[in-house]
Design a protein around this ligand. Structure first.
Ligand code: ADP
Ligand code: F6P
Length: 458
């Protein structure tokens, strides 16, 4: 079996004992793929160094070999905080109003991608399969080709691909997309993002795309395909009935004192639609004053990308909204929003999901959204909760039995909360059964297997 070389911005080996729960499904998925294939996971250590040396820190943890490099403060500023998270992230989440086009961000991004390529290239052996991840590393394939790497190289984008008319606002957009045509296979979360990419290739580059997603441009042939990522269903559904989850469940149920819990779990990111969600909940409380005190919203939102101003602003906005909504509606024995800025171990999260009658997953735009799938996997089959899901999350294309909402419409979300609270058990079970089949069958192992098979060209 070929070795797999996984390359991503950060390297995070799954660690079941980890207390902060910071690693998501991606770490679990890639960890499993690497264990099966042997191989190496390469990326940034998350640490700073005064002068870049390219020295590799190789480690073997839990059957997985990792190789990491440290980056200079200027690299982190221009590549990670800059081009990745101030330019590409907002643009790819349809927020051109927030996207910043600074020339030094672009050059920092190219410099760090070159640094990644120079450091990882010597680790790649002729039969290895190379799998590059996410928007931080769009041009890496080309830089590896420039260093003589002839292996099969695949790329998977974890976030949306924007419509052509938005992408063209990015200076040098053609140059960036052209570098991507050096991959052998390009994967997207959903067919919507895939279609946007193919549209760009046809309209802006003049390439052709056939019915199987095979792109032809000059002498390049690249396959583009949708591979919806899933969760580790087996691990997560097992965790949901384990001891840790049970005590987390009881802790939440007891503290809710008979009230129905609405849960939200999201990184503190403007793409997650948190202010709109809080305002919709406020509207629900105002419009349903008689039942308001029968519910409580638990919003778990660990801080993310804190060096970026837009992330600092979203944090301030939410603190203000939480204060004003709680101030307006709370009573001596009831606070409508519990707003928590920390991570939890995954098994505890599973218990919180199971204890919640409703999950509010209302991003304004999301590549997939794994929280929606985790919520479904954690439910009690005899008495499942209701998933309220944004139609703009990639997961909406798969979880069609969710209560679908437009997250921009406070009225629609408020109405959906009312419907979910009143939903008869039979309907909750019927909707859950529709969703659990997808969550179970299209899990992370299938995602990983399908991508690797496509990467092998089989
Ligand atoms: P994104 O990749 O944009 O953060 P996803 O919903 O696809 O969004 O994935 C988020 C992952 O991070 C999920 O696996 C979720 O359980 C995890 N996560 C989010 N918030 C927390 C938290 N407070 N504690 C632990 N895990 C969290
Ligand atoms: O899902 C998008 C993503 O950027 C992943 O690549 C990353 O693991 C996750 O969100 C968390 O982001 P960050 O590494 O910037 O904290």
């Amino acid at each position: 079996m070929s070795r797999l070389i996984v390359i991503s911005n950060r390297v995070s080996v799954p660690d079941k004992k980890k207390k902060d729960g910071a690693q998501g499904g991606l770490a679990v998925a890639l960890g499993a793929a690497l264990k099966e294939h042997r191989g190496i996971w390469f990326g940034w250590s998350g640490k700073e160094t005064e002068v870049f040396t390219g020295d590799l820190n190789m480690q073997r943890t839990d059957g997985i070999t990792t190789a990491t490099i440290d980056l200079e403060p200027q690299d982190i500023d221009e590549y990670y905080n800059g081009y990745a998270n101030r330019t590409l992230w907002p643009l790819f989440h349809f927020r051109i109003d927030l996207a910043e086009y600074e020339r030094q961000f672009g050059s920092g991004y190219e410099r760090v991608n070159e640094r990644f390529a120079t450091s990882v290239a010597p680790l790649i052996e002729p039969d290895d399969l190379v799998w590059v991840h996410d928007y931080h590393l769009l041009p890496l394939g080309k830089m590896l080709r420039d260093r003589g790497i002839k292996n099969r190289i695949g790329f998977f984008l974890h976030i949306p691909w924007p419509p052509t008319r938005l992408l063209v606002s990015l200076p040098f957009h053609e140059r960036l997309v052209l570098t991507m045509l050096e991959y052998d296979i390009i994967g997207f979360q959903t067919r919507e993002w895939l279609e946007s990419f193919c549209h760009y290739v046809e309209k802006e580059l003049g390439g052709t795309v056939d019915a199987d997603g095979v792109i032809r441009f000059e002498d390049r042939v690249v396959k583009a395909q949708a591979f919806p990522i899933g969760i580790d269903y087996e691990e997560f559904s097992r965790a949901a009935v384990g001891d840790t989850a049970r005590s987390a469940y009881e802790r939440l149920v007891q503290s809710a004192e008979g009230k129905k819990v609405l849960i939200g779990v999201d990184r503190l990111d403007y793409s997650k639609g948190l202010p709109d969600r809080f305002e919709a909940y406020d509207r629900f409380l105002t419009q349903n004053a008689e039942s308001a005190k029968d519910v409580v919203l638990l919003q778990i939102a660990p801080p993310s990308r804190e060096a970026v101003v837009t992330y600092q602003e979203i944090r301030e906005t939410l603190e203000g909204l939480t204060g004003s909504i709680n101030g307006a509606h709370a009573d001596i024995d009831w606070v409508p929003i519990r707003y928590v800025n920390r991570g939890y171990p995954r098994a505890e999260l599973a218990g919180f999901y199971r204890a919640s009658r409703i999950a509010l997953v209302t991003p304004l735009r999301d590549g997939m959204n794994l929280v929606a799938k985790e919520y479904v996997a954690a439910q009690d089959p005899e008495d499942p909760g209701v998933l309220i899901l944004s139609r703009f999350a990639g997961a909406a294309l798969q979880l069609t039995d969710a209560l679908m909402v437009n997250p921009h419409s406070g009225d629609e979300v408020s109405e959906a909360i009312r419907t979910a609270l009143a939903m008869p058990k039979e309907e909750r079970i019927r909707r859950w059964q529709g969703m659990i089949e997808t969550v179970k069958n299209e899990d992370v192992k299938k995602w990983q297997k399908d991508f690797v098979a496509a990467l092998k060209g089989s």
